[in-house]
Design a binder for this molecule. Structure first.
Ligand SMILES: Nc1ncnc2c1ncn2[C@@H]1O[C@H](COP(=O)(O)OP(=O)(O)OP(=O)(O)O)[C@@H](O)[C@H]1O
Length: 220
């Protein structure tokens, strides 16, 4: 039987006086991939923000069944391209939630960082500056940063957007593997192919949840 990782009950949320999400009731299964689909501006990023507890609902509630603090990986386009930072530094930021940014990394932190870079195939790029990376390499670095938070819940905002076919496939394989290892993954996507690979799907339209369930039943 599939367990529920997150229950969203009657959630409305937005920015200031503007309500973007209206009365969303949905579930996210544990250790599966959930695809969040919908047109531009339908509220996918906003819902990820609510699931990550970055955004407080104006109404309703979000219940997490014990995956710890969620790890939110923002859209790549929101990361300044010229940021003077190596891949390793970026992944190390994933440890800040555990250690605070001002404390030196200990042996465990360093082991986690190395393992996360290895897992997504960027270990050989550890000393590269972010601005020197391809789109796929940047995206995998961001995922490694999310993984370094050691959360049971990974929230990814359009992780494969703007990448070529091979890079997209690589990201989607990483996502599938993470769920196989027991991590609950929610990703926003515009790509019906990526959504069809998910175990569960939430379809948003203009801030409302219009359907949820297996992708084949939702996407037609
Ligand atoms: N920080 C913000 N302040 C005010 N309004 C915002 C903010 N972020 C998003 N919005 C608005 O909320 C609505 C939903 O945006 P959101 O980014 O959640 O949609 P989305 O489905 O993720 O879109 P896209 O597919 O283009 O990324 C849009 O009308 C957008 O303009």
């Amino acid at each position: 039987m599939t367990e529920t990782a997150i229950t969203v009950r009657g959630v409305s949320a937005g920015y200031g006086a503007t309500t973007v999400l209206h009365d969303i009731t949905a579930t996210v299964p544990r250790a599966r991939v959930t695809a969040l689909v919908g047109h531009n501006g339908s509220g996918k990023s906003t819902l990820l923000g609510v699931l990550a507890a970055c955004l407080t609902p104006s109404d309703g509630a979000v219940e997490h069944a014990g995956a710890g603090r969620p790890a939110l990986v923002p859209q790549r386009v929101h990361i300044p391209a010229a940021l003077p930072m190596t891949v390793r530094d970026a992944v190390a930021m994933g440890r800040w939630a555990h250690r605070g940014w001002w404390r030196p990394l200990n042996r465990k932190d360093k082991a986690v960082i190395a393992e996360c870079m290895e897992r997504v195939g960027v270990a050989h790029l550890a000393r590269r500056q972010l601005r020197e990376l391809s789109g796929g390499q940047s995206q995998r670095t961001l995922i490694a940063q999310g993984l370094a938070q050691r959360s049971g819940l990974l929230l990814l905002d359009e992780p494969a957007a703007g990448l070529d076919q091979d890079a997209q496939e690589r990201i989607m394989n990483i996502i599938d593997d993470l769920a196989g290892d027991g991590i609950t993954v929610v990703h926003a996507t515009h790509d019906p192919g990526a959504a069809r690979r998910a175990g569960h799907c939430l379809l948003l339209d203009d801030g409302r949840l219009v359907r949820q369930g297996p992708p084949d039943a939702i996407l037609h």
